[in-house]
Design a protein around this ligand. Sequence first.
Ligand code: FES
Length: 249
Amino acid sequence: MIKNKKDHVADHTAGKPKEKKAGGVLVSKNGPYIVTGGLPLEKEYIVADSEGISAEWKKGKAYPEQETYALCRCGGSKHKPFCDGTHAKEGFDGTETATKKKYLAQAERIEGPGFTLTDVQDLCAVSRFCHQAGGVWRLTAESDDPNDKKLAAHIAGQCSSGRLVIWDNETGKPIEPKFEPSISLTEDPEKECSGPLWVKGGVPVESENGTKYEVRNRVTLCRCGMSGNKPYCDGSHIGCHFNDGDPEL
Ligand code: FES
């Protein structure tokens, strides 16, 4: 509905407090993520199949609503997922090293007979859903079955980082899951570690210097402090066994 459009777009209306804000994430200098706009926060778990391949996401605890909150980015807080000031005591270096190039300017294209896959490996958060069905790359390259297009879009849509996107060859449009603007604290029981923040639904992410990252439906932000592609996750949380104290790990 057009009258609700402002609920779902970046806030360009500072000074007009009556309009509902879409919310956003600010990457503060060597400090936490400052979340605004009352974005919902919840846990989300990777569920593996009998062969250990990531098969689905399972929702967990939802946190009480807060208009503004600060999420730990250094990985050291004793009050995770929230910041407790440890970054300052430990001298956390949170320098942002990720490119601000748009996704499509970086993407490799795999064109199949029925649909197309785009892939930006640098964004990989290693959630491993892409291993389903013999691998989403194989599925794309070999299949023109319309059911496989749906399956490939489902698999790519589970890719929390947005590394993988399936495109409809007929319309030229991406096939994306519908997400409300929100943040999930991901957990990876199969690897016995906690994962990144899964930022969903086109939430704007702003750099400490005021520049913006491309607004996307799915991105993952590092919260272990170890990524080499900050603020995005690069899968380092697995190697460093990042644990936010979740009881299911
Ligand atoms: S949470 Fe994935 S690299 Fe830090």
